[in-house]
Design a binder for this molecule. Sequence first.
Ligand code: NIG
Ligand code: FE
Length: 435
Amino acid sequence: MTMLFVNATQVVTCSGPGRARRGAEMSDASVLTDAAVAVEGKKIVRVGPAEILLREYAEAEQVDCAGCVLTPGLVDSHTHAIFGRPRYEEQEMRAAGVGYMDIARRGGGIHSSVSDLRTRSEDDLFALALPRVLRLASYGSTTIEVKSGYGLSVEDELKSLRVIQRLGRELPVRLVPTWLGAHEIPREFREREGQRGDYVRYLIDEMLPQVAAEKLASFADVFCEPGVFSVEESREILSASRGAGLSLKLHADELEPHGGAELAAELGATSADHLAAISDAGIAALAQSNTVATLLPGTMVFLGKEKHAPARRLIDAGTAVALATDFNPGTSPTFNFPLILTFGVSQLHMSVAETLIAATVNGAAALGLANRTGQLAAGYSADLALWEAEDIREIPYWYGDRRCMGTWARGKACHARRPSDNLNYTHRHNSTMRG
Ligand code: NIG
Ligand code: FE
């Protein structure tokens, strides 16, 4: 089936090389007017002047994008969507001055999500995760990375990864599974004094071989942070994971500078994520590497931190920067990727074009998919998002609003909304200005 997306006020293609955009390359999102996009089956076949495409694809089914902006589907390259109950009790604890790591030391945080997930069946977790992933997609994402990491035993990690596999089979959105068995040292290993190394061995010798044998994950990830996994432990786990055929990610320098960014660069990880506490040496290491710096400003906002990842310094040093939601029950319970773009502008001092490249091309690069998705260009996967906006700058501007009108992943419609009533009062500014 051929589809022609026509009448969009702007078509933002993000087109260019099928690899991460670095430094100044992030400043051009490529905004076209009077343009159309032709899709055949799962692929984009043409992007060009509407006048010409309307003639060439006269028989195509038309998707009327009037009054809207068309962009590549967003790529959310960092989520922890497989969990049981939410953890709202921790929000007030933090407000009262108990830190994220203090809550973890008291048995809350990741530990409490682990205790909860272990009691749940695969079907139960699937039923909880399905609407969450749909909700994430309804904000504009057509590719979503999903981590395990609340199981921390062979059985419970495999159960989590199987849920991701099932979701990927049932939903039109593209899901990318990541094994995060090294999200925390589970209590049963922490309680054995001096035996934390046993958990690292258990991860490498018992869990990883099964994850790899069942092909349940594309990536391995580690929470490298003081009090969780050290740089040496992270290196050991990630090296073994690479040996088992997985690509690498790292939760690096989230709260304290710890050498995580340097380790990600050293190992050739596909991405280093968080980086709010990255050191100067870490910035230099990433700038010289092919590792994408995935920044998660929603996490710092939700944790009430004033510190943010130094996005400007990273971009100016020539690093490829991506943005993602970090959707999880502890530090970033948001479905709203466009809100993360707002934080990209207001907290990280990025331009709108930079935030959009960070959420499309560079998000795709953070998943090793930059030659397949993240841009509107011939040959790319037909992954598109339609926004209730006349100008691309409105996406981060109407902050917290759900402006996404529809998404298509691999040419298949994922969801569609009717134009909301507020179109009238947010979109008629021109007439008011003319008085
Ligand atoms: O990315 N930092 C580690 N992992 C998650 C939070 C996990 C949790 O608190 O449940 C993060 O912020
Ligand atoms: Fe995370």
